[in-house]
Design a protein around this ligand. Structure first.
Ligand code: TXA
Ligand code: MG
Length: 329
């Protein structure tokens, strides 16, 4: 099917209030126009997502933010201008008329201006900001290709617009601008703490000194749970230099997992390779987890390294530690 035809179908569905799966540069999203409470409810239903977990709203321009949230100003505007279009979500005070289901009843809304041209075009053609969580069942690995999305809903109940492999491969960084001098990172992502430091410092020296990081499960980021992004077979984090795994060690880990899951986990393992270049490691992370999980038996291992976890590694290890059932590192 041609892209033009897909865009026409997706636009008509969105205008009629039906959710559509869309490509973004981070991961694929399951999009609904913000005005359609029916479509928003359907997104939660399709994902089996609890209503306490708010959705990110996607806009096509900085001026469109005002349709869903307070207008950007000060440090928030500076950060938007620095990182948009791109993988940064800014939590802002919501407009009172915005559907509270989108924000899980919070008085704030997470807003992002994505860079993927197909996503931006769809926001424009649908004529409204699009609320879109990642297009996967709740708690599972996010999709980075159209085929991944189709495997989440094989009954074809979701129309998917194909836009190639997501270039970044992990979800956006979520921040809250606490004051004009202080921001807090609610979820690490492609925009690193270091990137944010530099950008805040360019705004003012005081702001540069106050970039906080809510690394633990935060009430402020209700959906970023300790168990999240889980592949279909268990993932185990091992200490550095664990490979090759001996047969005894593999049996031992399978035993621990079998006890944890109360079912037999086969003593077969496959290793998740992390590219030393963090941009490539992030881009391939979810694809590799899905490919390894397709084997359907045993467990996946990953070796803990890059313990200083600077830059993008913070986000990669945040996802891996939440995706893992066992951390033996
Ligand atoms: O890259 C991304 O952000 C992707 C693409 C599709 O844009 N979306 C995504 O959405 O990852 P989702 O639903 O999987 O994660 C959204 C998370 C929530 O779980 C929550 O932690 C945080 O964003 N969030 C959203 N609105 C918030 C708010 N008002 N306050 C605090 N955190 C919020
Ligand atoms: Mg998600």
């Amino acid at each position: 099917m041609s892209l033009w035809r897909d865009l026409k179908i997706a636009t008509d569905l969105l205008k009629a209030g039906t959710p559509v799966a869309v490509p973004t540069e981070t991961v694929y999203g399951l999009a609904a126009p913000v005005w359609s409470s029916e479509a928003i409810r359907k997104v939660f239903e399709l994902k089996a997502r609890p209503f306490f977990d708010p959705l990110i709203v996607h806009v096509a321009s900085i001026s469109q933010v005002a349709e869903v949230a307070e207008e950007l100003s000060g440090l928030a505007l500076h950060l938007a201008r620095t990182f948009w279009p791109g993988p940064l979500t800014i939590v802002l005070k919501k407009r009172p008329e915005l559907d509270p289901t989108i924000t899980s009843g919070l008085d704030t809304v997470g807003v992002r201006l994505p860079s993927h041209p197909i996503m931006r075009r769809l926001i424009k053609s649908a004529g409204a900001p699009l609320a879109a969580p990642s297009a996967n069942r709740f708690g599972k690995t996010s999709p980075v290709t159209a085929a991944h999305v189709r495997s989440e809903w094989p009954g074809a109940e979701v129309f998917v617009v194909s836009g190639g492999h997501s270039q970044i491969g992990i979800e956006s960084t979520v921040i809250e601008v606490v004051s004009d001098n202080e921001i807090e990172v609610l979820r690490p992502g492609f925009v690193s703490i270091e990137d944010l430091h530099v950008a805040c410092k360019a705004y003012s020296p005081e702001a540069g000194a106050a970039v906080g990081f809510a690394l633990v499960e935060s009430k402020k980021s209700p959906g970023h749970l300790l168990a999240h992004y889980q592949p279909a077979i268990p993932l185990v984090i091992l200490p550095c230099s664990s490979f090759p795994l001996s047969a005894e060690r593999t049996e031992e880990i399978a035993g621990l997992l079998s006890a944890r899951f109360e079912r037999i986990i086969a003593p077969v393992s496959c290793n998740l390779y992390l590219d030393p270049n963090p941009a490539l490691a992030a881009r391939n992370l979810y694809s590799s987890l899905r490919t390894l999980a397709e084997r359907g038996e045993g467990f996946i291992t990953v070796e803990k390294r890059d313990t200083n976890q600077l830059g993008l590694w913070t986000a990669i290890w945040d996802r891996l530690s939440r995706a893992a059932t066992l951390d033996l590192s």
